[in-house]
Design a protein around this ligand. Structure first.
Ligand code: FES
Length: 103
């Protein structure tokens, strides 16, 4: 499924990069910019970023579940990821409101 229409990136492409990043360091915080940088792409309109964050959360959960990572670490990490996800959604919402008020 196409996730980023600006860069023609699918969910499969993104998941592969996320897994490769987790293989390097399974506790690193992965954000859309890091995923796009690994693909030598960059966000243009950034409208896809909320969906990329959802993919990061889901793929990271699946990654740790498959490897039976220590539960305590997963809970703390996933909580940090959810907080980041909410912050990003809020920032995007506020940016869109500012853009709408300017136009
Ligand atoms: S849809 Fe991904 S940067 Fe525009």
């Amino acid at each position: 499924m196409m996730v980023c229409s600006c860069n023609l990136i699918t969910d499969k492409d993104i998941k592969e990069v996320i897994v490769a990043l987790l293989d390097e360091d399974c506790w690193q915080l992965i954000v859309p910019g890091k995923v796009y940088h690994a693909m030598q792409k960059r966000g243009r309109c950034c409208g896809c970023f909320p969906n990329v964050v959802d993919l990061i959360v889901r793929t990271t959960e699946e990654y740790h579940a498959a490897r039976e990572s220590a539960g305590d670490h997963v809970v703390v990490f996933m909580e940090r990821l959810r907080i980041f996800q909410e912050e990003q959604k809020t920032a995007i919402f506020e940016r869109r409101q500012r853009m709408a008020s300017v136009a």
